[in-house]
Design a protein around this ligand. Structure first.
Ligand code: FAD
Length: 485
């Protein structure tokens, strides 16, 4: 008689869609048991924060890549959809699993869900363990001298920078054992993640390669070509000066420790790169800071951290919101950013700040409206980073830019896209305008506009708001908060 096959470990993937430097995967294999990888599309995520269209597109392709990589290890990826709180314990029972293991998540509802799942599994005699595979530092381990969470980035950064760097990244496992019998799973297509009518994902397909291989290639290319000059170049949307790792980090296709180790190593090996490397590590620090804000503020994505901003006199302007979303505000740098977002699912950080400031301060529309649009359209839409960044621009977050610092979209364009090549790329109707006018077409003489083939109000909109007037209006709105405080 054949010996009964040992009970497997259920390896529950969610936002750690990689094999390398994945402590949950390494631990599952190290136990010597067969490993059953599973992904559950959790329908119980609160409605507003279900993955948006661009995230769903990415997830589809990332799961395909993960299934391929696991397949090469001899492991099947079981796909399910439903309420993970019911699906995971049921699947563990069905597979006769001895243990379930996963990478920790930080969205408040997921933390609560995972704690309940741990209880259910433990009560059923199944060992449940979770691992850190998403952050450099668990949020509860970084505290001020008096034991409170940091509210200001610089001391937070000093605290984590002073710690030992991440351990050397774990290699992808060379082999693993699949269980003798595998519970049924859904086909990837049955998760309904891809857009169909219309298929708007052409620009995303051109711009990205979701999955661990794409992530690794991006990091390698960045260290080789992008890191030099990153410190100053990271503010230039007209150059490919940043790593574009954000969606890969969001979906856990690469660990922050891997990015940190590669960049830190490059800086240590070449003194000419040291300052640029430090600037990059600091951005990873902002990611950590955002996660620790989310960890300590469950409603970070919905409510201003500074409660007085709850009474801010926002305008109601659906036409203004639609113009902003479609990149038709009449301010070229804002429109280029919003169109880059629509076409590629990503927007340069400097332009995110300018476009967000325009929505909040020039249009006086609530930051949450912009946050939701980004959530639906960004391939890197990330609850912690998105919410913390919107609150930062709106002046209502932790260590935020003060509200009264209002970006002038013309000056921002001229400073960070000096010859207008970024605008020309995403707003092609302005491509033939001379540099001098490309960030302010309404100010160009009519002969110049005619020469460039631009009919304002027809080919390209006139400004939907006059920035010079919007600025005092925003400051007056801010003043009402002080009166009511
Ligand atoms: P790089 O400059 O190469 O930085 C490396 C990594 O550091 C990034 O991949 C990212 O993980 C992290 N990082 C960089 N800047 C920040 C930051 N300001 N805050 C937190 N982490 C950062 N980032 C997201 O990942 N998801 C979002 O949903 C998101 N929404 C944003 C909304 C607004 C209004 C603004 C102003 C910023 C937002 N950001 C968001 C932060 C930042 O714009 C992106 O992380 C960055 O542009 C990604 O490009 P990159 O990978 O080339 O960045």
């Amino acid at each position: 008689m054949a010996a009964p096959s040992p009970a497997p470990v259920l390896l529950w993937f969610e936002r750690d869609l990689r094999l390398a430097d994945n402590p949950a995967l390494t631990a599952a294999i190290a136990g010597g048991r067969p490993v059953l990888p599973v992904f559950v599309l959790d329908d119980e995520t609160p409605g507003a924060w279900r993955p948006g269209g661009a995230s769903r597109w990415w997830l589809h392709h990332s799961l395909a890549a993960l299934a391929g990589a696991l397949g090469r290890l001899g492991l099947p990826l079981v796909l399910r959809r439903g309420n993970a709180e019911a699906v995971i314990p049921a699947l563990a029972a069905e597979a006769g699993a001895a243990a379930v293991t996963w990478t920790r998540r930080y969205e408040p509802w997921n933390r609560a869900r995972d704690a309940r799942i741990k209880e259910t599994l433990t009560a059923a005699g199944v060992t449940a363990t979770s691992h850190n595979g998403t952050l450099l530092h668990e949020p509860w381990t970084v505290k001020t001298g008096d034991g409170r969470p940091y509210q200001v980035f610089t001391p937070y950064w000093r605290a984590i920078r002073g710690r030992a760097g991440p351990d050397r990244p774990l290699p992808a496992p060379p082999s693993a054992t699949a269980p003798a019998s595998v519970p049924h799973g859904l086909e990837l297509a049955a998760l309904d993640l891809l857009p169909t009518r219309p298929d708007w994902a052409g620009g995303l397909r051109q711009a990205w390669q979701p999955g661990e291989d794409g992530a690794r290639q991006r990091l390698a290319a960045f260290v080789r070509r992008g890191l030099k000059g990153y410190g100053a170049g990271r503010d230039r949307p007209d150059r490919a000066g940043t790593s574009m790792l954000s969606p890969h980090l969001h979906f856990g296709e690469i660990s922050p420790g891997t990015a940190w180790t590669a960049v830190d190593g490059a800086g240590a090996a070449d003194p000419a790169l040291a300052a640029d490397a430090e600037a990059y590590l600091r951005e990873l620090g902002w990611r950590e800071f955002s996660y620790q804000l989310l960890f300590h503020h469950d409603d970070l994505a919905d409510a201003a951290l500074r409660p007085e901003y709850g009474a801010f006199p926002w305008r109601d302007d659906p036409a203004g919101l639609a113009a902003w979303q479609r990149g038709r505000t009449g301010y070229p740098i804002v429109d280029a950013g919003m169109r880059q977002l629509w076409q590629t699912g990503w927007m340069h950080n400097r332009v995110r700040m300018v476009a967000a400031s325009f929505l909040i301060k020039d249009l006086l529309l609530p930051w949450q409206a912009g946050e939701r649009w980004f959530w639906d359209t960004l391939v890197d839409a990330d609850l912690a980073n998105n919410a913390a960044s919107w609150q930062w621009v709106a002046g209502c977050g932790a260590d935020a830019a003060p509200f009264f610092r209002i970006f002038n979209p013309v000056l921002q364009g001229q400073k960070f896209d000096p010859d207008g090549s970024y605008v020309r790329r995403f707003v092609p109707e302005l491509a033939r305008l001379p540099d001098r006018w490309v960030h302010q077409p309404w100010a160009a003489p009519s002969a110049v506009l005619a020469d460039a083939g631009v009919r304002l109000g027809q080919d390209y909109p006139r400004p939907i708001v006059d920035h010079a007037a919007a600025r005092p209006r925003a400051l007056a709105a801010l003043a009402t908060l002080k009166e009511t405080a």
